[in-house]
Write a protein that binds this ligand. Sequence first.
Ligand code: ATP
Length: 363
Amino acid sequence: MAVFKPENVEDLYEIGDILGSGHFGQVRELRERASGILWAGKFMKLRRGVASRLGIERKNVEREVEIMQALQHHNIMALRDVFESRAEVVLIIELIRGGELFDFIAEKESLTETDAIKFLEQILHGVSYMHSKNIGHFDLKPENIMLSDKRAASPDIKIIDFGMAHHFNQGEEYRSMGGTPQYIAPEIINHQPLSTAADMWSIGVITYILLSGLSPFQGDTDEETLKNIVGMNYEFDERHFSQTSVMAKDFIQKLLVREQSERMTAEDCLIHPWIKPLNRSQAAKRNRSSINMKNFKKFNAKRKWKMSYNMVWACNRLTKLQLLCKTPDLGKQELVRQNCESDQEDTETKPTSLIRRRLSSSS
Ligand code: ATP
């Protein structure tokens, strides 16, 4: 079982700027006092009691930690240490300085398929390694694909956020209704037993977006998006895919497959001719094809806008709660505590987090 150290993080690390926020807390830069080395700290508020729905259950943090401890790969964010206090757990993780892959790409003027494949190949190496350990990520999306250092000549991919990941035991049936609508596989929506193939579906969606700047199943509402996924309702509209190679479309088509067993695995992907050309002519085709940069920039700007909207919304909520929680009267404080939790419930009913709220279950 994972060991959570009882020491106070602040005794060992100086806490710096906020790097990002998630469902259960913040990720902040940390400087190790003894060595001066920089790390990232994922601060997660623990759920206070069985009746509470605020914060994360300790057993879910344990699962995330055990999974991260089992994964040591160049393209997967490394976990260094774990600290626990009464109210929160702090994961000390590798600091990833390069930001999100999609932001890095959106800054470029143009990008050939060959260049895009260099990143995709690294994602596939990380995922293939993870799957070889019988671990599924179940939340692969642009926000969770980062770069070690964007100033490097060839930046390294780092896959982050193992909060939804699952370690499959032999013979076990696992179902989960979690994930982000745009990227989830049909079997998740249909509440069928899952496998690591669900990640491969998400890679198909990410590749589709990367090449065209369009999200294949995106509807006007989450419900519509989920319907489009279950109905396999997607196409390669020539207006947006005119610069895309036939091999790239073939690659995506072999991932966006309803049957899990018929979907390409990460290993299959790594030997698909689009990733590993068999001859010079195939390699040349990738070089001549490029990503639809105009659409991609638009997609990314919209994605970032949505993310910051969600962040401001959550921050306003938090400030309101903190102000309320400072009420000195003890009786009132108890009332406020109850309100804090129900207020948080409200934040959880936002459409983007709807599907994430549903509980995972093993049977
Ligand atoms: P979610 O709500 O998406 O499940 P979460 O609570 O699990 O989020 P993470 O996704 O792990 O939290 O982290 C939140 C954000 O913090 C990330 O989107 C990223 O921007 C930033 N971040 C996470 N890990 C690191 C890291 N190691 N180095 C730098 N920034 C990081």
